[in-house]
Design a protein around this ligand. Structure first.
Ligand code: AP5
Ligand code: MG
Length: 213
């Protein structure tokens, strides 16, 4: 799942994972969990994440390798927020090759920067199961309570206006080149993110259905 911060990668990856019965692997969620548990890895990642910078390639590549290698993902998986640099994309290609797997599709969600700022500033995340909500666009049934597990909803530390600005800049410089990378491999599918959550979900399912034919 490709796209700038806040376009809805996590929202769509979570829906898709439930629909397809495959795991959703979110690089950001894994890093936030490590930070919360104050592991060595979490401590190393913290200053990067909280400033809206990318963590070093080697660190995130190792995390993803351990996550994918450690489990039996027979039906595949959805990657959200990884890869984010060309170095990471190449590392993923080698890893999948070693495992005898391949990328079926790289879905790139497009949304304007103004809309992204609205989405990120109203986002709330369950501190327990990580489900995403939005105070206006995807409000929980009970204020500040997760619909899925009843956990408390919180604001992410990197959703402050200044950090959002940094994340958008980092995306442009480091991650946007991946669009071209996957386009050249014939794997890229662009999906408009300027629609409702359910409409985008249907568009993505349609892309996947066509790929499977
Ligand atoms: P990460 O957690 O991946 O953050 P991100 O890419 O900035 O993306 P977000 O999670 O903010 O947005 P999203 O696209 O998932 O949108 P969401 O579905 O939540 O990474 C965080 C940090 O970790 C990075 O900055 C970096 O430091 C580090 N990191 C992670 N991966 C790394 C890597 N590979 N290499 C190096 N460093 C890495 O939606 C946003 C909001 O909008 C929600 O409130 C949602 O409810 C709402 N919404 C969603 N869709 C719609 C819609 N269609 N209409 C209206 N509202 C909507
Ligand atoms: Mg996300």
């Amino acid at each position: 799942m490709l796209g700038a911060p806040g376009v809805g990668k996590g929202t769509q990856a979570s829906l898709l994972a439930q629909g397809q019965g495959v795991p959703h692997i979110s690089a950001g969620d894994i890093l936030r969990q490590e930070m919360k548990s104050e592991t060595n890895l979490g401590r190393e990642a913290k200053s990067f994440v909280n400033q809206g910078k990318l963590v070093p390639d080697e660190l995130i590549i190792n995390i993803i390798k351990n996550t994918i290698n450690g489990r039996n993902y027979q039906k595949g998986f959805i990657l959200d927020g990884f890869p984010r640099t060309i170095v990471q994309a190449k590392a993923l290609d080698s890893l999948l090759q070693e495992l005898g797997k391949k990328i079926d599709v790289a879905i790139n969600i497009n949304v304007s920067n103004d809309e992204i700022v609205k989405r990120l500033s109203g986002r709330r995340v369950c501190e327990n199961c990580k489900e995403n909500f939005h105070i206006e666009f995807k409000a929980p049934r009970v204020m500040n309570k997760c619909d899925r597990c009843g956990g408390r909803l919180v604001i992410r530390d990197d959703d402050k206006p200044e950090t959002i600005k940094n994340r958008l800049e980092v995306y442009k410089n480091m991650t946007e080149p991946l669009i071209d990378y996957y386009e050249k491999k014939g794997l890229l599918e662009n999906v408009s993110g300027n629609k409702s959550i359910l409409e985008i979900k249907r568009d993505i399912e349609e892309v996947i259905r066509k790929k499977g034919q």
